[in-house]
Design a binder for this molecule. Structure first.
Ligand SMILES: Nc1ncnc2c1ncn2[C@@H]1O[C@H](COP(=O)(O)OP(=O)(O)O)[C@@H](O)[C@H]1O
Ligand SMILES: [Mg+2]
Length: 631
């Protein structure tokens, strides 16, 4: 679909979803779809649930967060179950402000944004539909129209509990516009939209110390007082504060803990009683989720202030720690790079993984468990098998320190270091060593790292580097093994021809020139030495092989290199020894001979075609592994 088609489609969809009717019609609709009367908290919970929940090893994983948040499933489960689920059931937590606490760049804003964007979409679905009194600036819940004395009857008939009272503005409108007939009040379906300030809001104090509460709760419009005659006429009031606009949905409260406590008191009543005071009116009911976020030190200083006690008890704190799994951290970087303007740069395989190893190490607490070091812990957390440890050990390790993941290196730092290396050196291709180097260089400029931590982090750079060395060697070996079968067969045929000639005291014939040759003793020995066959034992070994071949032939079976275990081992070892030589040659000044050059090129082609390298990074890898082998 082209973009214009999509725009058109979206508009048509919106048209199709529109609904407008009287309050009486709405009550009919409620009989069919009682869930549309749910509270804001319940809607958020159902949005997450409807996207799909999977049970993995007894733990819940929510598809809703899967695209954007990685490796923090446990915190998300806690958040969804302990806050959203309980709040959806109208338990006391609903009345509390949700405060996400976590280290910098740990995904708090991402989480809040996902909830907002999610609600916008969800309100366009059948399950997430929201209806409101038409023309109300706060998109008030139509059920508020039911007078208090009839709510019990309403509950008996509909099974729906009503919370909150009709706002002064709508009270007046019912009288003036509808002659008191609530059944005639026009109700419409609304669609959440932050841009249109419907059901989604963000409050960011301009000056936390002298913030005007009107920004939250709206204010009197003095230009209309003359028209309406009095300040207490609700029509003279503009219900355009962020709390008004976010009614029925959610409001993000940025920098909340930086605000003056007097300012925050207004929130107290909102959270406690579900209403807030605006202008000279009776309390105004609001139904919305309020989310704020903060870091640990800001939170600690907030709770240490006695004046904040009352507010503190109205807050529910949920931790959003860093991810602690290497593989998930790598995914985070990939996502951030894909979202950035670095996406055109070639990032060599394992570069991000090695960075992730470093990062996770900085976040882990030293284990106290017997036999576990930081590296083992890192692997266990990553779901890898570590000999001698099982899933119970993992559980115990995780319980050792509840504060784990609240400090360490953040993902943005890593991405910034990668991008600075690329820009500074004008690279079009970056490898693991470049990344580690840049991370290391940045540590001394990083303002918030203590001297002690810096020392530790430098150690972790070395650890990550060692991990990379092992990965790099394995990678080259793997690429080499590609042409392995072919080479192994050729080498064995060659060996057997020579052994046959040797035992039968024959000559060999050169396949090209037809010249006669004596058996190649050097070749045979180079293979036999791999499995420790001495000069004295070579004859017996060769004869044994010949006997084996003729035994195979008598049974009509073909003797291949899997037929003789020791011979196979010898051939494999010989091939790997050759590999070493070839790789070493790429870093030495010696020029490789033709067959070596061919091998090197094959390995490079293999790295490019099958392992995600480009020619720069493949050559760099070979050179690096060569230098490792030369040590
Ligand atoms: N667990 C995670 N999964 C996916 N991305 C993450 C995670 N933690 C952080 N990020 C990414 O790091 C960046 C900073 O996250 P952000 O939400 O702004 O953090 P915060 O608001 O906590 O400072 C974002 O690009 C975000 O997507
Ligand atoms: Mg943030």
């Amino acid at each position: 679909m082209t973009i214009l088609k999509k725009v058109e489609h979206f508009r048509e969809e919106e048209e199709r979803l529109k609904w407008e009717g009287t309050f009486a019609d709405y009550l009919e609709l409620l009989k069919e779809k009682p869930w549309v009367a749910q509270t804001a908290h319940s809607r958020v919970y159902n949005m997450i649930k409807d996207a799909g929940v999977e049970e993995v090893n007894g733990k819940k994983e929510y598809s809703f967060f899967k695209d954007q948040l990685y490796g923090v499933e446990e915190s998300l489960e806690k958040l969804v179950e302990e806050y959203f689920h309980s709040a959806a059931k109208r338990l006391d937590v609903k009345k509390r402000i949700l405060l996400l606490m976590g280290p910098v760049s740990g995904g708090k804003s991402t989480l809040v944004t996902m909830l907002k964007r999610g609600l916008e979409q969800y309100s366009r679905t059948d399950n997430g539909a929201v209806y409101a009194i038409k023309g109300c600036p706060m998109h008030e819940d139509p059920l508020h129209l039911i007078p208090n004395h009839l709510r019990k009857d309403f509950y008996d008939e509909f099974g729906i509990k009503i919370e909150g009272n009709l706002s002064p503005l709508n009270m007046m409108r019912v009288d003036e516009e509808y002659g008191g007939r609530i059944e005639d009040v026009i109700v419409e379906r609304i669609f959440f939209s932050e841009d249109k300030r419907t059901g989604i809001g963000t409050f960011s104090p301009s000056d936390p110390k002298s913030q005007d509460i009107a920004d939250l709760t709206g204010s009197i419009d003095f230009s209309t007082i003359a028209e309406y005659g009095s300040e207490s006429d609700p029509r003279a009031y503009r219900f355009d504060g962020e709390l008004n606009k976010a009614n029925r949905g959610m409001m993000e409260f940025q920098e909340m803990l930086k605000c003056d406590e007097k300012f925050l008191w207004h929130l107290l009543s909102l959270t406690q009683e579900g209403n807030f005071k605006a202008g000279r009116f009776a309390l105004i009911s609001a139904d919305e989720l309020i989310v704020a976020h903060t870091n640990e030190s800001e939170y600690k200083s907030f709770i240490s202030n006695k004046k904040n006690e009352a507010l503190h008890s109205r807050i529910i704190v949920m931790k959003v720690p860093y991810n602690l799994k290497v593989d998930e951290e790598e995914r985070i970087y990939k996502k951030m790079i894909a979202d950035s303007d670095l996406s055109h740069v070639h990032i060599a395989p394992h570069a991000l993984k090695v960075a992730a190893i470093f990062t996770i190490l900085t976040r882990l607490k030293e284990p106290t468990k017997q036999g576990v070091d930081l590296l083992k812990k890192m692997r266990l957390y990553n779901g890898e098998n570590v000999e001698g440890f099982n899933s119970q050990d993992l559980v115990e390790l995780k319980q050792e320190d509840p504060d784990e993941g609240m400090s360490g290196i953040d993902p943005r730092y890593v991405i910034n270091r990668i991008s600075s290396a690329i820009i500074r050196k004008q690279l079009t291709s970056i490898n693991a060593l470049d990344v580690l180097r840049s991370i290391k260089e940045g540590l001394s400029e990083h303002a918030s790292i203590s001297k002690e931590d810096r020392e530790r982090y430098l150690d972790f750079i070395s650890v990550a580097r060692k991990e990379y060395d092992a990965i790099a060697k394995k990678e080259v070996q793997k690429a080499f093994v590609y042409s392995y079968d072919e080479s192994a067969k050729t080498l064995m045929d060659n060996y057997l021809d020579n052994v046959e000639a040797y035992c039968n005291k024959n000559k060999l014939r050169d396949p090209l020139t037809g010249e006669e040759m004596t058996p190649d003793e050097k070749l045979m020995r180079s293979i036999e030495e791999q499995i420790g066959i001495s000069e004295n034992a070579k004859k017996a070994f060769r004869e044994e092989i010949l006997i084996r071949i003729s035994a195979y032939a008598r049974k009509g079976k073909k003797f291949d290199y899997n037929s003789h275990e020791r011979l196979r081992e010898a051939i494999q070892k010989k091939l790997f020894a050759d590999l070493k030589d070839i790789v070493k040659i790429t870093t030495s000044t010696k020029t490789p001979d033709e067959s070596q050059l061919k091998k090197v090129n094959e390995v490079i082609a293999r790295l490019i075609d099958e392992h995600g390298y480009n020619s720069t990074s493949a050559n760099e890898l070979l050179r690096y592994v060569g230098s490792l082998l030369n040590r």
